[in-house]
Design a protein around this ligand. Structure first.
Ligand SMILES: Nc1ncnc2c1ncn2[C@@H]1O[C@H](COP(=O)(O)OP(=O)(O)OP(=O)(O)O)[C@@H](O)[C@H]1O
Ligand SMILES: [Mg+2]
Length: 235
């Protein structure tokens, strides 16, 4: 459903992505793992349209979107949940969630989705009037995921799900991802420092080294490959 073909990209003169090719299937959870500074965030931002590609192609449901703007990609169903959450700290949880729907015009659908998010993330409902800047780390991450879902995406590009969270909070969010995948067929590209978490939930994984796909394949096979474990996954 979302494909990168020979993608090169980066920041001005500083090239970070080198000939990246990958594919995320319809309704699939795909993991992108790799050490710090390898270019995972850069790739997510390029796929979302927050950063232009130098060359190569991004194809979404058969359509070339390499030059399509980020808001347009969002209306097409590609939504990024950025690293560091980036909530509007002075706005309430509910207003943050509603901001996620900025690309939509279907008021009834927006209302229904807000209720749906409160149902799958009940903590957010309890905290809906609270300022986002005062949420705990886990709550803030829930709010960021909820905001992404408010765009009614077909694919979520999720940068660092578990960073700084207690294992129980991570488990809760993973259950939500599985649920939205199964019930709403929303695909996820999941970046996470914790490779056990990312590859544990994903069907397919990509191992990123210096802005390049070094290995890819079935997540369990990647996790169980001793060579990959030792050299790239730090386990
Ligand atoms: N705005 C920028 N200008 C120049 N270089 C940048 C910029 N943002 C990131 N970089 C560099 O790009 C490289 C890749 O960074 P990126 O954030 O994509 O890595 P990452 O894999 O997400 O790392 P982490 O696991 O630490 O989040 C790093 O060397 C980083 O310093
Ligand atoms: Mg990153």
């Amino acid at each position: 459903m979302l494909k990168a073909e020979g993608l090169n990209g980066g920041y001005g003169d500083v090239q970070i992505l080198w000939d990246v090719s990958l594919e995320i299937g319809e309704g699939q959870i795909t993991a992108l793992v790799g050490a710090n500074g390898m270019g995972k965030t850069t790739l997510i931002r390029t796929l979302a349209g927050a950063l232009p590609a130098y060359s190569g192609r991004i194809v979404y449901r058969g359509e070339d979107i390499t030059k399509t703007s980020q808001p347009k990609r969002a209306t097409m169903g590609i939504m990024m949940v950025p690293e560091g959450r980036q909530l509007y700290s002075g706005l309430s949880v509910e207003d943050n969630l509603k901001m996620g729907a900025y690309v939509r015009r279907d008021r009834e659908g927006i209302k229904a989705d807000l209720e749906w998010i409160y149902a799958i993330l009940p903590r957010l409902k309890e905290r809906r009037k609270q300022l986002a800047g005062t949420l705990s780390g886990g709550e803030a991450q829930m709010c960021a995921v909820g905001r992404g879902l408010m765009a009614s995406p077909r694919i979520l590009l999720l940068d660092e799900l578990s960073l700084g969270l207690a294992p129980v909070a991570v488990d809760g969010l993973i259950a939500v991802l599985k649920d939205i995948q199964e019930k709403k067929n929303i695909a996820v590209l999941l970046v996470d420092q914790d490779v056990q978490v990312a590859l544990g939930i994903a069907e397919k994984g990509y191992v990123f080294v210096h802005g390049h796909v070094e290995f890819s394949g079935n997540s369990q096979e990647l996790l169980n490959n001793p060579e990959i474990q030792k050299a790239y996954l730090g386990i």
